[in-house]
Design a binder for this molecule. Structure first.
Ligand SMILES: [Zn+2]
Length: 237
């Protein structure tokens, strides 16, 4: 049986995390989802785009109130709240089932993490090998940061699968089962887990910041190379 006070306290923290994801440009107004596992094992999760209420604010993730969240069982049964849970609830539930120590999951769509992964993907490869090629870029970015194992942990990836599907949920949970703390969902987003909401958020953020720094330094290096090439030419001419 859930505890009202815990729903309120954890719910307010979930709303804070959603806001931070938005203001850090890791989600847009309508996307992404966040959940936390309560002490009775139920899952408090952000609502999906199509709320049962169908009022003018439906789908807006940024100005949610605790009453807009859903409390569900690991089988997706709604225990509390009148909103539809996020369509990705299966991914959250499968992860909590697979990783008992996970207490929170954040699922943003971070620009730099996805772009860096994408630009390293070798399309001539398939399956695991293909995913490994994408992860190469992220692992390079992480190798440039202090204590990546503490701030991010192990990063895994899953291939492109239908949003909200059982298959996606099981693939993501299986990656977490291999010891990953962040999983890249190819051409979609990331899922990060933690023992607290802020640890899960911090992992997704730290990976995004590392990816952005890496891409910016690559861009700067290329710009400098072009400038030097131009200078050399003018010298010759
Ligand atoms: Zn998503």
């Amino acid at each position: 049986m859930y505890d009202d006070k815990e729903v309120g306290r954890v719910g307010r923290a979930i709303l804070e995390v959603v806001k931070k994801l938005y203001y850090h440009r890791m989600i847009d107004t309508l996307s992404g989802n966040v959940s936390a596992k309560l002490s009775d094992g139920s899952i408090l999760i952000t609502p999906g785009g199509a709320s049962k209420k169908e009022d003018i604010l439906s789908g807006n993730k940024i100005d949610l109130a605790v009453g807009d969240l859903s409390l569900i069982t690991t089988d997706g049964e709604v225990i509390w709240g009148d909103s539809e849970p996020s369509s990705e609830w299966r991914m959250h539930a499968a992860t909590y089932k697979a990783i008992p120590e996970a207490r929170s999951l954040v699922h943003p769509h971070p620009i730099c993490t996805l772009s860096l992964f994408d630009s390293f993907v070798d399309n001539s490869l398939e399956g695991e090998k293909r995913l490994e090629s994408g992860l190469l870029g992220l692992n390079k970015a992480l190798s440039n940061m202090e204590e990546p194992e503490y701030y991010v942990g192990k990063v895994g990836a899953v291939c492109r699968l239908k949003n909200g599907s059982e298959e996606l949920a099981e693939s993501v949970a299986a990656e977490f089962g291999k010891g990953c703390t962040v999983v890249v969902l190819e051409a979609h987003g990331v899922a990060a887990i933690g023992p607290t909401l802020y640890k899960a958020l911090g992992r997704a953020e730290a990976l995004e910041i590392a990816a952005e720094k890496f891409m910016r330094s690559l861009g700067t290096r290329n710009a400098l190379r072009s400038r030097n090439a131009l200078q050399d030419r003018s010298f010759i001419e």
